[in-house]
Design a protein around this ligand. Structure first.
Ligand SMILES: [Mg+2]
Length: 216
C-alpha cells in the first residue's frame, strides 16, 4: 500500500554528511592552525575521520579527542565546538538523489518529513543550507529525547495527522532509525551507508536513496 507520508533521517540519508565533512576539512584545519601547525592536512583528515564517529559524539568530545590526538595544548573544546556548529552547515552536501526523490514524492501527493537526532541550531542550519523542501521537521533536542525513542517519530505523525500504518521511514542507522520506526509500526527502509547492519528489525535495504521509487 502506498504511504501517505514518508519520513527521513537527515545525516547520511538526505544529507551526505561524509561529503560535507570532507568539504569542511580545509576550513577546519585552517581554523585549528594555531594548535596544529605541526600536523599535515592528510594526518589531520585521517585522524578527524577516526575520532568523528560519524557525528554520533557531541562536538565538544570530538574536538577534545581531535586535538588531544595531536598532543595540542591550551585549547578550549567548547569554543572550538561552537565553530563547528556555526560553520559546518555552510559546507552541507546533499545525498545523491535527495532532491529528485523529494520532488518525485511531491508529484505523487506523498507528504514528507525529517526526523533527526541533534541540536536544533545545527540540524536546521543544514536543512536550510541544503534547501530541503519537506512538510515537517522534528529535531530531537526540541522534543527532549532522541531516536530510537518513539517520541520524535510520533511528533512527526501528530503534526502530519497520520497513523504509523500510513507512514514509511528511511534512515541509515539500524537502531536509531530502523528499530525505532519499526517499534511503533512504521515500515522501514535502511539506506546502507557507513554504519553496518546491527539490528533485528524487519526492513527493506536500499543501496541508493532513489531506489525507494521502485516501491511506490
Ligand atoms: Mg543518519
Amino acid at each position: 500500500m502506498r504511504p501517505r507520508v514518508i519520513l527521513f533521517d537527515l545525516d547520511e540519508t538526505l544529507h551526505d554528511r561524509r561529503a560535507s565533512v570532507e568539504a569542511f576539512i580545509p576550513t577546519l584545519y585552517g581554523f585549528l592552525e594555531p594548535w596544529l601547525s605541526h600536523v599535515s592536512l592528510e594526518d589531520f583528515r585521517a585522524t578527524l575521520h577516526r575520532v568523528d564517529y560519524g557525528g554520533y559524539v557531541p562536538r565538544e568530545v570530538f574536538m577534545q579527542r581531535l586535538l588531544e590526538a595531536f598532543d595540542a595544548r591550551n585549547f578550549d573544546a567548547v569554543a572550538l565546538a561552537k565553530f563547528w556548529r556555526s560553520e559546518f552547515a555552510k559546507f552541507a552536501q546533499p545525498m545523491a538523489g535527495a532532491y529528485e526523490l523529494l520532488e518525485f514524492l511531491k508529484s505523487k501527493g506523498i507528504q514528507t518529513g525529517i526526523v533527526s537526532n541533534g541540536t536544533v541550531q545545527l540540524q536546521q542550519a543544514k536543512i536550510d543550507a541544503l534547501g530541503l523542501q519537506v512538510d515537517v521537521v522534528v529535531i530531537s533536542e526540541a522534543v527532549g529525547v532522541k531516536k530510537p525513542a518513539a517520541k520524535p517519530f510520533l511528533e512527526a505523525l501528530r503534526l502530519l495527522e497520520v497513523q504509523p500504518s500510513e507512514t514509511w521511514f528511511v534512515g541509515d542507522h539500524p537502531v536509531n532509525d530502523i528499530q525505532g520506526a519499526v517499534a511503533i509500526g512504521i515500515k522501514a527502509f535502511w539506506l546502507e551507508r557507513e554504519t553496518a547492519w546491527s539490528g533485528n528489525a524487519p526492513h527493506v535495504r536500499l543501496e541508493r536513496l532513489l531506489d525507494l521509487q521502485k516501491f511506490l
